[in-house]
Design a protein around this ligand. Structure first.
Ligand code: P6P
Length: 313
């Protein structure tokens, strides 16, 4: 617990907390720059055009104006940070090389506004960020040096880990991020489940698992936004989010680099687990930027139980 004489932990800002984490100044600067960029993304979410951009992303999905604007905000901030050599975005077709000299620099993969289609019905959305040392973004997620998300909900919160606990900051009236939860921990077992995708496209094992959860008395909590749905499981410390393989979509929907790796890093460092049904997410070797994978993520017992049902299928 980070304590400062005369200061409640709630007055500890993001930079001060990062400096207590025994990481290099460049990584402190990078995470703070991403936090600064989020303030412009918030403005875009609250006031930006809700229409389509007339373009599509590397998955062939139609981009919204907010996707393109949020991506430009993030990319510009990272390019000018002075500590980034390569950038990959869910909204860009290929890696953006900032500099060929990667010595002491970082590579960043991000989803600038995950769930952007939810903004026009005023549901919570978020920015998801994965950070590696050096120039290689196609590494196993376990090699990330940091992961974070910013959740644009009724309150704006920033959650990060550099491998030493998971910590939440909440934005105050001055748009400063102050510590609100330190060393967030998952329980072994839970009573919330968040099933992504269409149930009528679930495989037999997944459908049986859902029926087991319902028989156990678990509460269904699903918003359709990966960031708020994961944040709920993480901050309550209970339950499981799943987006399984679907009939017709053997790898599910969610993206390994931009969504699954950072969230799996955070959940594991909070004492939880994340797998694709057979292998820990963080041990999957990405073969391409647009790789997808099924995911079961949350409490260790719930994830293990899911594997029992999936294995029997
Ligand atoms: P479905 C949003 O589009 C997203 O990528 C994630 O944020 C979310 O978990 C998932 O898709 C929702 O997908 O098929 O349930 O609408």
């Amino acid at each position: 617990m980070l304590s400062e004489p005369g200061k409640s932990k709630f007055q500890i800002d993001l930079r001060r907390h990062l400096r207590s984490q025994n990481i290099c100044d460049k990584l402190v600067h990078l995470i703070c720059e991403i936090a600064e960029a989020s303030k412009y993304v918030i403005n875009a979410v609250r006031t930006g055009d809700l229409g389509v951009a007339g373009t599509s992303n590397l998955y062939g999905e139609e981009q919204l104006a907010l996707d393109v604007l949020s991506d430009r905000i993030m990319r510009k901030r990272l390019i000018h940070s002075g500590v980034v050599c390569n950038i990959a975005s869910e909204e860009m077709d290929e890696i953006y090389q900032v500099t060929t000299d990667s010595d002491g620099l970082y590579s960043v993969a991000y989803d600038p506004l995950d769930g952007s289609s939810l903004v026009d019905v005023n549901l919570a959305v978020g920015t998801i960020v994965s950070i590696f040392k050096g120039d290689n973004l196609l590494q196993e997620g376990r090699k990330q040096v940091a992961a974070m998300y910013i959740l644009y909900g009724p309150r704006v919160s920033l959650v990060y880990s550099v491998g030493d606990g998971v910590h939440e900051f909440t934005m105050n009236q001055l748009m400063e991020y102050n510590l609100t939860r330190e060393n967030v921990r998952m329980q072994r077992d839970g009573n919330i489940y968040s099933p992504g995708g269409l149930r009528n496209k679930y495989n037999e094992g997944d459908e049986k698992f859902i029926r087991y959860l319902e028989a156990k008395g678990c509460k269904l909590r699903y918003s359709g936004g990966f960031v708020p749905d994961i944040n709920q499981v993480l901050m309550k410390g209970k339950g499981l989010f799943m987006y399984p393989a679907l009939n017709g979509s053997p790898n599910g929907k969610l993206r390994l680099l931009f969504e699954l790796n950072p969230m799996a890093f955070l959940i594991e460092h909070a004492g939880g687990a994340a797998t694709n049904g057979k292998t820990p997410i963080l041990d999957l070797k990405p073969e391409s930027l647009d790789q997808r994978a099924p995911i079961y993520i949350g409490c260790v017992e719930d994830v293990n139980r899911a594997m029992e049902y999936v294995d029997k299928a």
